[in-house]
Design a protein around this ligand. Structure first.
Ligand code: PRX
Length: 669
């Protein structure tokens, strides 16, 4: 079934494990009231949501502010879903203005902590809903003054500063879709995304703090702008937040300081009345072919689904001194949905932290939890594995008793990491919600509910309300529990992607062609005899590095664009911290000699082309890539070699993998 498939034997052993953790008896008391308190309640509501999704979602949508009510809840004309048709609303209004209008303007909306410490103290900024409304309105007016209109795509490439949240909400306020690019991506990645989205405005920072160093964001934007200019896609405006005060180049007419532009604007800016199906944002993500694709999300369905999942999955309750913290970067979908859009409507403050988990030392996250009395904490398995490696003493130094719910996302969590999280961070009192979802799904699709679902390490458990998930074979037939297959979602949900920007065919081919009549997320999975879902990993040529998606082909084309490389094949390999690391098999030009130096150069080259997260962990030079007689690269063989099944200590010598391939082929045929 699988090309870059997961190691099924480890899944088998996980499946056999079967430890069950019931929600703590005092959970409801600890969170100030659990929304869903038993499996009975979950099942009843789930059944209703599946039998009559339109009534279910209409009830949820009625809890939001609308400028004009919708006429039809859902139109599903595969592959196109349209939700709350005819309705007019605005997500920025529902995140911020609504709280002010209802008398909560002085409550904390965003709590931000900077990375640098002075005298042992970090900089902390708190924004109430009223302050946020003012800041957002002012920046919305800046954008308008720069000529940004409803429908124009604004590119955002920033560090984790409050201005990032303000910029995205300002875009939403005026109906300009944002395209946020993770600050770890390269100038090439910026240029590619700007061209694809036909964007003319970039919002950035001079630099971003990361582990005490400055990431030169503006330099990267300048490089991208030069390239864009050469290719006839010139950027009109670059708006720069002064954060690190690092030296930067300045292009008059194009570059503007955020704080200068803000001097001349009004404090008020009305929210644009957005059609339910107007585009809210584009977010680029890797696929198995070609360049990253622009995933399109629209206004109302995304707004409702992210807010309601955040409420139930993290049990967000206003007036309970809750402080919610998701450690993701806003540049990824987790940050979009579960730092900003899904959290603010629930009137629980959302914490943003600027920097690295080990700055100035490995206890930083736990000092943040203690300082802000964090109640809900949401992170990734790769981070948990790093914490384990650093040792529990860093957590033990701090008071973590405020924690109520722990979450994980991004990749399957290994049971050891789950147990460590449960014991050391949760102190055996906090349910762990292992949330399965994707950039394309907008919000959680398969996840425990903390007050109801008994959990088992490694399983994301059961579908959220309205999610008709199944494990099927290639024909779309459901397979028996215990059998591996393709994960499929049989009905649309409000925050399903609406398309791949500018590429209708890729949208259809990727998500709606493999299994007829259903959404196919690209993951393999199994259900156990309780019906719990166990994600086995991607079944396409996408690897999940530290919970971030990378197309192996993207890394291959980056390698091949280097003058010394003729051909490259990239596969995933087990990695202690990242979960999956990147192994590259490279064939060199005749003039190029394999060497440690060239290896380092190739790694840097990939970082320049894509970003540091795409740097191969292992490079092996080979005379030729092992191929089948029909010319297909034997990826399974490469995966075996990369994962250490066949090791050769001297990694810089040219290996004749074709010989091995020939042996394998005769073995297999
Ligand atoms: O393979 C699944 C894995 O991450 C993919 C989605 O990646 P991305 O769009 O970058 O979004 C990551 C954050 C939502 C999925 O197709 N994945 C995500 N969450 C889990 C997971 N695998 C197992 N368990 C999870 N909880």
């Amino acid at each position: 079934m699988s090309q870059t498939g997961p190691d099924t034997s480890s899944i088998e052993s996980i499946l056999k494990e079967g430890r069950v953790f019931e929600p703590p008896a005092d959970f409801s008391e600890r969170v100030g009231g659990s929304y869903i308190s038993s499996m009975d309640e979950y099942r009843k509501l789930y059944e209703r949501s599946i039998k009559d999704p339109e009534a279910f979602w209409a009830e949820v949508a009625a809890q939001f502010d609308w400028f004009k009510p919708w006429e039809t809840v859902l139109e599903w004309d595969l592959p196109d879903a349209r939700w709350f048709i005819g309705g007019k609303t605005n997500i920025c209004h529902n995140c911020v203005d609504r709280q002010v209008n209802n008398g909560y303007g002085d409550e904390a909306a965003i709590i931000w902590e900077g990375e640098p410490m002075e005298g042992g103290k970090p900089e902390i900024r708190r924004y109430t809903y009223r302050e946020l409304q003012r800041e957002i309105s002012r920046f919305a007016n800046v954008l308008k003054a720069q000529g940004v209109k409803k429908g124009d795509v604004v590119t955002i490439y920033m560090g984790m500063v409050p201005e990032l949240a303000i910029a995205m909400l300002a875009c939403a306020r005026i109906g300009a879709p944002h395209s946020i690019i993770f600050g770890g991506f390269s100038s090439q990645a910026i240029a590619d995304r700007v061209i694809d989205a036909d964007s003319k405005t970039i919002v950035t920072c001079d630099g971003a703090w990361r582990r005490g160093k400055i990431v030169p964001l503006k330099d990267n934007v300048d490089e991208a702008c030069n390239q864009l200019e050469r290719s006839g896609n010139a950027i009109k405006n670059v708006i720069v937040v002064k954060r690190c005060k690092n030296d930067i180049q300045w292009t008059d007419g194009r570059d503007h300081w955020w704080h200068e532009l803000e001097k001349n604007v009004d404090d008020e800016c009305p929210c644009e009345e957005m059609d339910s199906e107007d585009m809210l944002f584009l977010l680029y993500t890797s696929g198995s072919t070609g360049k990253p694709k622009g995933i399109m999300h629209t206004t109302a369905g995304y707004m409702i689904y992210t807010a309601v999942t955040a409420r139930y999955v993290f049990n967000l309750v206003p007036n309970q001194d809750q402080v919610y913290w998701c450690t993701a970067d806003i540049g990824w979908v987790t940050g979009h949905s579960y730092i900003i859009y899904g959290v603010l409507p629930n009137r629980v403050p959302t914490l943003m932290y600027e920097g690295a988990p080990n700055a100035p030392d490995e206890s930083r996250f736990w000092s943040i939890v203690e300082r802000h009395k964090v109640t809900q904490f949401y992170t990734a398995p790769t981070a948990i594995r790093a914490f384990m490696k650093w040792g529990r003493e860093h957590a033990d130094k701090h008071d973590l008793s405020s924690l109520r719910v722990l979450g994980t996302v991004g990749e399957p969590i290994n049971p050891e990491a789950w147990m460590w999280y449960h014991k050391v961070i949760g102190q055996e009192k906090c349910p762990i919600v292992d949330t399965w979802w994707q950039t394309e799904t907008g919000g959680h699709l398969i996840t425990p509910l903390p007050g109801a679902t008994p959990t088992t390490p490694g399983s994301c458990t059961l579908p959220f309300f309205g999610i008709d998930a199944a494990i099927v074979n290639e024909k779309g037939e459901e397979v028996p529990h215990g059998t591996g297959g393709l994960l499929a979602i049989r009905k649309p949900w409000p925050s399903i992607l609406r398309g791949v920007y500018g590429d209708r065919q890729r949208f259809i081919d990727t998500y709606f062609s493999r299994i007829e009549g259903m959404y196919f997320p690209g993951d393999g999975a199994k259900r156990d005899d309780r019906g719990y879902f166990w994600i086995m990993g991607r079944v396409d040529d996408v690897i999940n590095v530290s919970g971030h998606r990378l197309g192996t082909m993207e890394v291959e084309s980056a390698l091949v664009s280097h003058e010394s490389v003729v051909e490259a094949a990239v596969v995933g390999m087990p990695h202690e911290i990242k979960g999956t690391g990147i192994a590259a098999f490279v064939t060199l030009e005749a003039h190029a000699e394999p060497s440690e130096e060239l290896m380092a150069k190739l790694r840097e080259h990939v970082a320049r082309e894509i970003g540091a997260i795409a740097k191969p962990d292992l490079i092996r030079f080979t005379d030729a890539l092992p191929k089948t007689r029909s010319g297909k690269i034997m990826r399974r063989l490469l995966r075996d070699i990369a994962s250490g099944t066949d090791t050769n200590q001297d990694v810089t010598t040219l290996e004749d993998l074709t010989v091995m391939a020939k042996l394998r082929e005769s073995d297999e045929s």
